[in-house]
Design a protein around this ligand. Structure first.
Ligand code: ADP
Length: 345
């Protein structure tokens, strides 16, 4: 029951008693009796209603004063004007619901971040473990006597070195991604020709592609140059990541096409392969840190990536105000696209 309801009932009761008393008194006329009823009812109503509200509010104020300063700022919707306005209980209930909902949101977000952090830590330790254990194994085997055989010694030392190179690559990638995520990396933009960059990268990757019998193609039209305004070093890193993946997950004797299309404002960059493809359910997830479709794939530490390649590429492309789009069909191949700002010649 609301304070208004209680006030109405009490006022009616008091007014009824007084009117009943007046009814038996012969000195008053009918009109005066009705007037007395109305007057008694209204004054009673106001009196009961406001004293009740004031009483409740006094209690609430005591609770409210008890809240320390930090908590109090959550009650910003509650002002001092609050005091003499009706239904303080209803409003304080709304305040508390509002605050609870806000706190719940904060808790959910913190929980999500903590889960991500835990997952990241687990992933990092797992990734670090692989090359460290490998190198450790080779070195201990050498110390245990394998060193005496020159052939075995060289082979094991080379393998240990390869593992440590992989470890170095992983740590470099971790540093890069943490800087990109912190947002402290500034893109050093300059005007450069994508075609020249493509030739540079092809030279670098040709041997690796040839080992799988893969041919790299640069799809060129009549245009001589593809000038863009971007961070050359970082875009080189993105293209190497995408082409390297196309080789790693491409089919033997397959093909990889790199192509550019210059628009007035944006230049479209496309990397296409005819490899194993990416199933639909993995297409957005492969851009997450350490996400791999084939979880069991044991990374051969020298040639394999760190599992961070696409996450790093995504960050770099986003820092150029674009996104990487994927289009892929299992068994047919994968296309990855992004855009860069076209530069004036
Ligand atoms: P890594 O290659 O080191 O595992 P990436 O972040 O570069 O890490 O790629 C994440 C995952 O996405 C890969 O493990 C692979 O499963 C999948 N992937 C990436 N590129 C391709 C591609 N061109 N074709 C098929 N799968 C791919």
């Amino acid at each position: 029951m609301t304070s208004k309801g209680i006030a109405v009932i009490i006022s009616l009761l008091v007014a009824a008693i007084i009117t009943a008393y007046l009814l038996v008194s012969p000195s008053l006329e009918f009109k005066e009796r009705i007037l007395a009823l109305g007057f008694t009812f209204s004054s009673c109503f106001l009196l009961v209603y406001f004293s009740y509200e004031a009483l409740i509010f006094k209690e609430i104020n005591i609770i409210y004063d008890g809240l320390d300063k930090t908590k109090r700022k959550d009650f910003r919707r509650m002002s001092n004007k609050f005091l003499w306005r009706p239904e303080p209980l209803k409003r304080i209930k709304e305040e508390i619901y509002h605050m609870a909902a806000q706190k719940q949101k904060e808790i959910d977000e913190l929980k999500r971040l903590q889960a991500l952090r835990r997952e990241f830590l687990a992933d990092v330790s797992h990734e670090l473990k692989t090359p460290i254990f490998a190198a450790q194994g080779f070195i201990h085997t050498l110390l245990d006597g394998a060193m005496d055989d020159v052939k075995v010694r060289d082979k094991f030392l080379q393998k240990a070195a390869k593992s440590l190179d992989g470890l170095d690559e992983l740590v470099q990638d971790l540093i890069t991604i943490s800087q990109l995520e912190k947002g402290v990396v500034q893109m050093k933009k300059s005007t450069f020709d994508l075609r020249v960059l493509a030739h540079e990268i092809f030279e670098q990757l040709e041997n690796k592609a040839a080992l799988k019998g893969i041919t790299l193609h640069l799809e060129e039209d009549e245009q001589d140059t593809y000038l863009v305004q971007a961070d050359r070093g970082r875009i080189k890193q993105v293209l190497i990541n995408l082409l390297d993946n196309a080789i790693k997950y491409g089919r033997e004797q397959g093909n990889i096409w790199l192509s550019f299309y210059s628009g007035k404002k944006k230049t479209l960059v496309t990397v296409k392969d005819d490899g194993r493809g990416v199933p639909k359910e993995h297409q957005t997830r492969i851009f997450e840190r350490f996400y791999r479709i084939d979880k069991s794939r044991t990374k051969d530490t020298g040639g394999g990536g760190s599992g961070l390649g696409l996450a790093i590429s995504k960050h770099i492309v986003e820092a150029h105000r674009s996104t990487i789009a994927i289009e892929s069909e299992v068994g047919k191949g994968t296309i990855l696209r992004f855009k860069l700002p076209t530069a004036k010649a």
